[in-house]
Design a protein around this ligand. Structure first.
Ligand code: COI
Length: 332
């Protein structure tokens, strides 16, 4: 059995090698490049493909994969928004993801960034860099005084809720699908409007679908409490960035922590040292003292990366051996 794994970063190599040592009947080939029409040519003769990239998977590359008779694609991440569902279905590809590599990694990061916003650490750091050690005017807010609206109560949302409750925050939650434990705690509200009415902080933990794109748009911001804090560690396009900029300008939004951006693939996980950045929205947002931009790093922990590699390889091997696997993704 032969698996080809694309986009393997240096920090993933040892996890791939460990897995391969434990599966001596499988030949695993490591490719550093991401999947595209050219690199996919290397997959000829393999039984399955493992991949992880934020860039769109090109239809033509998927087509080539299918032409080589490869039906199994195992992603090392959770989001499948960069795969064209109709192409996947047309080719009859079986796709797996890793839905729970470490919800805590993302949840801990989301809460860390929220605390950074509430305690205004970016502003204090900027002042301290100029040897200005005065307290005022950066008086802070306490997490235990906040009402946090958690949108999305899957594994990550649930973990966020636990952490927030540990700090004494009041949590309310919204999701189309109710989780029994969250339900039992009576945290769900019925509408997004109730989140907007009550929350002083809103944190997003839902996938990107056509119907969730720009979930937070100008009308949504308008409906929120003045000075609300926004946390997005999910997907950039959940927020209309122009609308966010206007809401920051008008102080409707008091601060935002963004680990994801609408056009992040232009920048994130790339080195732009000394280079000009052509992404005005990024420049606008990251220049603000009450906005924290990070390069989609919430997931990036030792636990998560190991699980992403091992579980995706397990999934791919299971597909090859049995035609099915845990974590099979259904495309509608
Ligand atoms: C995911 O697992 O889908 C993530 O958000 C991680 C990522 C860097 C794409």
């Amino acid at each position: 059995m032969k698996i080809i794994a694309y986009g393997i970063r240096d920090d993933e190599q040892s996890f791939v090698k460990d897995w391969a040592m434990e599966h001596s009947d499988v030949e695993v080939t490591i490719v550093k490049e991401l999947i595209d029409e050219q690199t996919i040519l290397q997959a000829e003769g393999y039984d399955g493909v493992v991949a992880f990239q934020q860039a769109q998977y090109q239809d033509a590359a998927l087509q080539k994969m299918a032409d080589f008779g490869i039906k199994y694609l195992s992603l090392r991440n959770v989001g499948v928004d960069n795969l064209n569902p109709s192409k996947v279905k047309e080719l009859g590809l079986k796709v797996t993801n890793v839905p729970v590599y470490s919800p805590e990694a993302i949840a801990e990061f989301a809460v860390t960034r929220l605390m950074n916003l509430l305690r205004r650490t970016k502003e204090y750091n900027l002042k301290a860099a100029n040897q200005d050690f005065r307290w005022a005017p950066q008086i802070s807010k306490e997490l235990n005084q906040q009402t946090v609206g958690v949108i999305g109560t899957g594994h990550i949302g649930q973990s966020v809720i636990k952490i927030l409750q540990g700090f004494g925050a009041k949590v309310i939650a919204f999701d189309k699908f109710h989780n029994a434990e969250i339900e039992a705690q009576g945290l769900y509200v019925d509408t997004m409007q109730e989140i907007f009415d009550q929350a002083t902080v809103i944190t997003l933990h839902i996938p990107l679908f056509p119907e969730t794109e720009h979930l937070l748009d100008a009308a949504a911001f308008e409906a929120m409490n003045d000075g609300v804090f926004i946390i997005n560690t999910a997907r950039g396009p959940l927020i209309d960035e122009q609308a966010l900029i206007s809401a920051l300008d008008s102080h409707k939004v008091g601060g935002a922590a963004l680990d994801v951006l609408e056009e992040e693939t232009k920048l994130f996980n790339q080195d732009f040292s000394g280079k000009e950045i052509d992404y005005p929205v990024f420049k606008n947002l990251s220049a603000r003292e009450n906005v924290l931009v990070s390069p989609h790093t919430a997931f990036y922990t030792d636990v998560a990366v190991k699980n992403m590699v091992h579980v995706s390889l397990d999934n791919n091997l299971s597909l090859i051996k049995t035609g099915t696997a845990n974590n099979l993704v259904t495309f509608n």
